[in-house]
Design a protein around this ligand. Structure first.
Ligand code: GLC
Length: 719
């Protein structure tokens, strides 16, 4: 439908029909629904009529081709102008084939596989009738107490930007209007939802505009540059105003500066939440602030349908503001081809063939293997298939390895660690040993009996998925004490122990890392998790994951992140005093495990760091090379990371900033020249006046296997 036809359709709509188009309710409100549909937030009492529902513009949480076809058909029969519904759902790391959680995917540093995972998720979602996914979530995170760190790709703005692009490319493809196997993406949560005070969900976010622009906005910008069709507002405040009613953030920053002209949707209930936030007296004022801020769709509250007409009649809101919002929604429906084919890719016959296919399971198994991180290995991994293994722990036979936001995945169809190991060897005994948060003497006795005859103990430990995800915040980020007790009981047997962890956040690993011989961070690895872990434990896959979020030494360090500032009294400075420096009396400043960290079954060495010149300019970038050798016994992948440090800026500059990386595969004994080009624009930063530019001066380039273990060389930028 051409733009003119959309405009003429808009002209035919009554004000009531236009306002209803701005409302999004969950599936149960719609005729034709199977009363299913995912309720993912506080369910407010809705005062909506059937007539309003039949004029609404979009549906939240539907899934299943048959149901969506039924809802759409019924809607089109009743909607006066035949305007089709948009179907939107949370497909964050897979639809029915569940991939590792995004924090795990980030640790793969594999953008190609990331894009592939989103493409597969889109293919399964679109054949099931979904048009839009509420993903990628690109909120930068530095606080593992926050439950939703599992949904982010970590603490670095550059890396998060690269993953944001990969996810959007995978979800949307190149031609959304004709490629019905793709879905529109909705980047979230704008903005800075990942920085709540105290790591407590929905809590206040308060930071300088310079910090917001330097670290928190780049990944959203990257998603928009990749063509992301929608943006979702964040629950939190920005500059003291809830994002959902923040006109400056949404109209000036997002739309004018960042160039976004697509559909802006509120998060669940976020419009009405301006009342408890304390910036709206009532629903009418909340509706007023949200529509003026440019929020096109109100999710799961009904302030718009209750009050916008009155606001227009009172000349508080010009009808053109509503027309603008409706037109953006109609344009998205047009982009998705819904006026021509309101059922798009929905295909009940094809659905069962596409969803959870062998190829999709293979893809999630591969990505789970690359997303897991080997945190310790005192020479006991990989195991050989003749060893007698005692698999012990609450996750030994658990399907709860899909993680949050896997509501369409099936735990029953997830491959457990037990099943994965049994596919490799029959020398296996299994005991639960404890529950996630409780332990009994009987469980301990069963575990010890299972372990007595074993050559090696494999522990399957972690957080259940309710201890992570939205509203899943923890002040104590250790494993539950039941599991730490289990480790102590088994430690007394003096047998080699491997700990495999299933969790959604960096943990304080005291009591785990120091008491076991090997630790594999598996995160929530998804549908094929058990097979992926078995692949790693038996060496069929060589671990290559690298952490994208620091593991604190203790929760008291939080926030702890690699790209921190130096302070005026850094620890360890040549002239540092014993006491009067920036430090704790009782714990180190450094995290237990740094950003970029991860081990392999082989060993890599770095040598011959070379720069093409000592001084670079805007027109003369720096060519950098380093030799990487695989000195170990098996093939492996290394993530070669390139950081810089700006030694003196107009404002303080981080001690390190990731600017590029290469994931390099090498056979045993092989050496490769790894090359980078560093450009002047990669040295730019936000100055105190918010101008984004580089300064001439001295820099250091660091190249290495993680943010601590690097080789370095200084250079100058001349302008
Ligand atoms: C939730 C989440 C958001 C999700 C939305 C719809 O509250 O914050 O990420 O997309 O509701 O389910």
């Amino acid at each position: 439908m051409s733009e003119n036809k959309l405009l003429s359709l808009l002209k035919q709509m009554t004000l009531d029909e236009k306002i209803a188009q701005l409302m999004q309710l969950a599936t149960p409100f719609f005729k034709g629904a199977k009363e299913q549909g995912q309720i993912t937030g506080p369910m407010a009492e809705m005062g909506v009529t059937g007539e309003i529902v039949q004029n609404s513009g979009s549906v939240l949480g539907a899934s299943g081709a048959e149901e969506i076809i039924n809802i759409q058909r019924t809607h089109l029969e009743e909607n006066r102008l035949g305007i089709p519904l948009l179907f939107m759902s949370d497909i964050v790391h897979g639809f029915k084939t569940i991939f590792p959680v995004p924090l795990a995917i980030g640790c793969s540093w594999d953008l190609e596989l990331t894009e592939k995972s989103a493409e597969i998720a889109a293919k399964e979602a679109s054949v099931s009738g979904v048009h839009v996914t509420f993903a990628p979530m690109v909120d930068l995170v530095r606080d593992p107490r926050w439950g939703r760190v599992m949904e982010s790709t970590g603490e670095d703005p550059f890396l998060n930007s690269e993953f944001a692009r990969a996810f959007v490319r995978g979800f949307q493809g190149k031609e959304l209007s004709t490629d019905v196997e793709r879905v529109a993406a909705c980047v979230k949560h704008f903005a800075a939802y990942g920085a709540p005070e105290g790591g407590r969900d929905y809590n206040t976010v308060d930071m300088s505009e310079r910090e917001l622009r330097e670290n928190y906005l780049p990944a959203y910008q990257a998603a928009l540059e990749e063509g992301c069709e929608m943006v979702m507002t964040a629950f939190n405040t920005v500059f003291g105003i809830p994002a959902t009613g923040n006109k400056r953030l949404m109209r000036q920053v997002l739309r004018e500066e960042m160039g976004f002209d697509g559909v802006l949707i509120s998060d669940w209930g976020a419009v009405k939440e301006m009342i408890p936030h304390g910036v709206a007296e009532d629903e009418k004022e909340a509706a007023h602030k949200a529509i003026i801020a440019g929020v096109d769709i109100e999710m799961m509250t009904t302030t718009y349908v209750k009050h916008l007409k009155e606001l227009v009649e009172e000349s508080m809101v010009d009808e053109s503001i509503i027309d603008e919002a409706v037109l953006r929604i109609l344009q998205l429906k047009e982009k998705l081809g819904l006026f021509e084919n309101p059922y798009r890719g929905a295909n009940p016959e094809l659905e069962s063939e596409v969803v959870m296919s062998a190829a999709h399971r293979k893809a999630t198994r591969e990505l789970a293997g690359k997303s897991s991180v080997l945190l310790k290995n005192e020479g006991i991994l990989p195991l050989n298939k003749e060893q007698k293994v005692a698999l012990i722990g609450p996750f030994a036979e658990s399907g709860d390895i899909l993680g949050p936001w896997s509501w369409l995945g099936s735990r029953d169809e997830a491959v457990t660690v037990k099943e994965g190991i049994l596919s490799k060897t029959s020398h296996l005994t299994v005991a639960k040993g404890c529950d996630v948060e409780t332990i009994t003497d009987a469980q301990v006795e069963e575990a010890i009996n299972a372990a007595n005859d074993a050559d090696v103990i494999v522990l399957a430990l972690g957080e259940d998925s309710e201890m992570s995800g939205e509203a899943g915040c923890r002040a104590n980020i250790q494993l539950p004490s039941s599991q730490l007790n289990l480790i102590d009981h088994l430690k007394s047997l003096d047998k080699p122990m491997v700990a495999v962890l299933f969790n959604g956040r960096p943990l304080d690993l005291h009591g785990v890392l120091d008491k076991t011989d090997a630790v594999v961070e598996a995160w929530y690895p998804g549908t094929e998790g058990g097979n992926a872990i078995a692949d790693l434990v038996y060496g069929d896959v060589n671990p290559s994951g690298r952490l994208t979020m620091s593991f604190p030494y203790h929760v008291g360090q939080v926030p702890v992140y690699y790209n921190h500032f130096n302070t005026g009294r850094p620890q360890g400075a040549p002239d540092a005093q014993e006491r009067y420096v920036s430090q704790y009396l009782d714990i180190p400043n450094e995290p237990l495990l740094p950003f970029g960290f991860g081990l392999s079954y082989t060993t890599f060495s770095y040598s011959d760091l070379k720069l093409s010149r000592e001084t670079m300019t805007e027109d003369e970038p720096l060519d950098i090379s380093i030799k990487l050798s695989n000195d170990g016994p098996v093939a492996g992948e290394e993530v070669v990371q390139l950081y810089i440090r700006d030694h003196s800026g107009e404002v303080i500059r981080p001690v390190k900033e990731l600017k590029d990386f290469r994931k390099i595969s090498l056979e045993p004994g092989e050496t490769a020249d790894v090359t980078f080009t560093l450009r002047e624009d990669q040295l730019r930063y936000h100055h105190s006046d918010l101008h984004y530019l580089s300064d001439p001066g001295t820099f250091t380039v660091y190249i290495g296997r993680n943010s601590k273990d690097t080789k370095e060389h200084t250079f100058k930028l001349e302008k």
